[in-house]
Write a protein that binds this ligand. Structure first.
Ligand code: FAD
Length: 280
C-alpha cells in the first residue's frame, strides 16, 4: 500500500528522504502517475511537496529569475515578469505537452523526471541555469548542463529534494529561439528539438545550442561565430551538432529520421537567431 506523506517543512522532507529507502517526492504527479500505471515505478512512500512555502517562491529581478521547485510550468510560460527577463525559457516552457499538463507539472518535477526529450532543459542549458537541491546533509547547486548524467538518470541523490531553479537574465544583446519537431502531434513529446541563444559581447558573437530528444541526455554546445555570415554560422552549427546526435528509435521515428529532424531544427533555430539579430 502506498503512503502519501504530507510534510509541512523542508526539513521534514529531508528527514523522510533520509529515513525511507525508496521514497519519491511528489511534484505535480504528471509523470509519477503514468509511471505507476505503467507498472514501472514502485514505491511505498510518496512525499507531497505541495505544502512547503519555500518551494513556491518566485523572485524576479533584472539579474534573473529564481523559482521554487513547486511553481508550475504554466506559470513559467505566462508570468509577464518571467517572460520579460528570460523570454527564451518562458517560450520553451510554453511548448511542454498541453495546457492541462503545464498547469499541473512543476519546474522541479520537470527536471527531476530526467527524460532526454524534455523541452525546458534545452533552454535552461543555454541560459546557464542552475538547480538548487537540499538533503539532511546540506544544500548544493548543480548546473543544468551537469544535471542529466545518463539515460533517465540525473545528478540528484536519492535523499535530495530540488528546492529551486535559478535562470540568469537573458543578455541584453541576444536573440533566442526554441524549435520543436513532433511527429505524432503538436502537443506530443518532440522527436527532435533545439534551443539557440546568440549573444554579442565585447565584439564577439557566441552561439549556444541545447539539443533535446537527440541523444540519451540533453546535449549542450557553444560556438564562436564572430565574423561569420548567417549561412556560414548555420553550416558550422550543423557540423558541430551532428556528431553529438545519437537519437533513440521509438514510435516517433527511427534514429536516422530523428537525426534528420534534428538537423532541420538546428538549421531553423540558428538561422532564426542570426536573422533576428541582424534585423532586431
Ligand atoms: C501527456 C504528457 C505529455 C508530455 N509531453 C511533454 C513534452 O512535450 N515536453 C516535455 O518537456 N515534457 C513533457 N511531458 C513531461 C512533463 O514535462 C513531466 O511529466 C512533468 O514536467 C513532470 O513534472 P511533475 O511536477 O508532474 O513531476 P512528478 O510527476 O511529480 O515527478 C516526476 C519525477 O520528479 C521527481 N520530483 C518531483 N518533484 C521533485 C522535487 N522537488 N525534488 C526532487 N524530485 C522531484 C519525482 O519523484 C519523480 O521522480 C509530458 C507529460 C505528459 C503526461
Amino acid at each position: 500500500m502506498t503512503i502519501l506523506h504530507r510534510p509541512e517543512t523542508l526539513d521534514e522532507i529531508c528527514m523522510l528522504l533520509e529515513e525511507l529507502d525508496d521514497a519519491q517526492v511528489y511534484g505535480g504527479g504528471t509523470a509519477i502517475e503514468i509511471l505507476r500505471k505503467q507498472g514501472v515505478l514502485f514505491t511505498d512512500d510518496l512525499i507531497d511537496a505541495g505544502r512547503i512555502p519555500e518551494l513556491r517562491v518566485l523572485e524576479v529581478s533584472p539579474e534573473g529569475v529564481r523559482v521554487g521547485a513547486m511553481v508550475s510550468v504554466r506559470r513559467m510560460e505566462t508570468d509577464p515578469a518571467i517572460r520579460r527577463v528570460v523570454p527564451l525559457a518562458s517560450r520553451t516552457y510554453g511548448k511542454v505537452a498541453n495546457p492541462r499538463v503545464r498547469n499541473t507539472a512543476t519546474v522541479g518535477g520537470n527536471v527531476a523526471h530526467g527524460d532526454y526529450r524534455l523541452d525546458p532543459p534545452t533552454a535552461l542549458m543555454v541560459l546557464d541555469a542552475t538547480v538548487e537541491v537540499r538533503s539532511a546533509q546540506g544544500a548544493r547547486t548543480i548546473a543544468v548542463r551537469d544535471f542529466f548524467t545518463g539515460f533517465q538518470e540525473t545528478a540528484l541523490e536519492h535523499d535530495e529534494v530540488i528546492t529551486a531553479l535559478t535562470v540568469p537574465a537573458q543578455p541584453a544583446h541576444s536573440a533566442g529561439r526554441f524549435v520543436k519537431m513532433s511527429s505524432l502531434g503538436e502537443n506530443d513529446w518532440p522527436s527532435a528539438s533545439t534551443a539557440a541563444l546568440l549573444t554579442v559581447a565585447d565584439g564577439r558573437r557566441t552561439l549556444r545550442l541545447g539539443l533535446g530528444a537527440l541523444a540519451p541526455v540533453p546535449v549542450y554546445l557553444a560556438l564562436d561565430i564572430s565574423g561569420m555570415t548567417a549561412e556560414r554560422a548555420v553550416s558550422e552549427a550543423v557540423a558541430a551538432a551532428e556528431p553529438l546526435m545519437d537519437p533513440i528509435p521509438d514510435i516517433r521515428g527511427s534514429s536516422d529520421y530523428k537525426r534528420r529532424l534534428g538537423l532541420v531544427a538546428v538549421r531553423e533555430a540558428v538561422s532564426s537567431v542570426c536573422e533576428e539579430f541582424t534585423h532586431g
